[in-house]
Design a protein around this ligand. Structure first.
Ligand SMILES: [Mg+2]
Length: 300
């Protein structure tokens, strides 16, 4: 691993001559050659100081686009055994709690990841479960669930016979995926979805639209990823240093909530406006980061 990171990181490190990259440390806890490939500031010593000093760390990790590459359909996603091992290695570090925080339902996350020791936050914060515990869900007002059902019913005929679109009913949220659709089809179905949600919003319902990557979602406003992460931190990791990684617009509220307290990392191929302080370019780089975290905290 060190070689690949070293190889990729060196060129970029040279571009930041005024900074102090981790690879230049001659002594201390850093091994020579360990470098972050993507973002210069993640290589800086001061970025890692609170992590090295913290007795407990609480990583919050988004799933699709962060721990796995995004697939055409949510059901196509798979977590490799190698990647699962990194999550296990994180969990094995004394003082570490780890949460996976996603727009997917918890049952889906548990099936895909299969680790009991994780905190799971599903449906954008509407449901969550502690390690080995049972699921808690935010109560959703009946008019809101009725509205979601009504949107679903309205969309069904619109989507019939249209290629590449998929309506995912997640119980408390409704997601329209159009990754595999033509541009025209995507535009049509998205407009119809948004119009349907707007009609209910005009009645004053607590329903919001989330725009994701080739997906648009209707979600009750009762919870979000930021509130969920802040809640877990407050109740299960009050002293912990939070590290939040995510690639979605829905992660922005969490970046905003946690940025002053911890390390916030946007996963994006190219940088975009964000409340996060750092970025990595891909799930592969997220695992490079996690491997570095595991190595540094295990050799402390
Ligand atoms: Mg994501």
């Amino acid at each position: 691993m060190a070689d690949s990171i070293k190889g990729q990181g060196r060129e970029e490190g040279q571009a930041t001559a005024t900074r102090e990259p981790m690879g230049s440390f001659k002594t201390g806890r850093f091994r020579r050659g360990i470098r972050m490939p993507a973002f210069f500031a993640l290589e800086e010593r001061k970025t890692w100081t609170p992590i090295l000093e913290a007795s407990s760390i609480f990583p919050f990790l988004d799933f699709d686009g962060t721990l796995t590459e995004i697939a055409p359909r949510p059901s196509d996603v798979h977590l490799s055994s190698q990647r699962r091992k990194y999550l296990q290695a994180l969990l094995a570090i004394p003082g570490f709690s780890v949460a996976v925080i996603s727009g997917r339902p918890i049952a889906d996350l548990q099936r895909l990841i299969g680790l009991d020791q994780l905190y799971y936050v599903g449906n954008h914060g509407l449901e969550w479960s502690p390690p080995g515990g049972s699921k808690s869900s935010h109560a959703i007002d009946k008019p809101v669930t009725d509205a979601l059902q009504s949107i679903h019913n309205r969309l069904r005929p619109v989507l019939a016979n249209r290629k590449g679109v998929y309506l995912e009913d997640k119980g408390t949220t409704l997601a329209l995926h159009y990754r595999m659709a033509s541009e025209d089809t995507a535009l049509t179905v998205k407009s119809e979805f948004v119009r349907a949600v707007h009609q209910h919003q005009q009645g004053g319902l607590g329903l919001e639209i989330l725009a994701g990557k080739e997906v648009v979602e209707a979600k009750p406003t009762a919870a979000n990823k930021g509130d969920a992460a802040a809640y877990l931190l407050e109740h299960y990791g009050r002293e912990a240093f939070p590290v939040y990684c995510g690639d979605d617009l829905t992660d922005e509220v969490a970046f905003h909530r946690l940025d002053k307290k911890g390390l916030t990392i946007l996963v994006a191929e190219t940088p975009r406006p964000t409340a996060a302080s750092f970025f990595l370019r891909s799930p592969n780089e997220v695992y490079e980061f996690l491997r570095l975290l595991i190595r540094l905290k295990n050799t402390k």
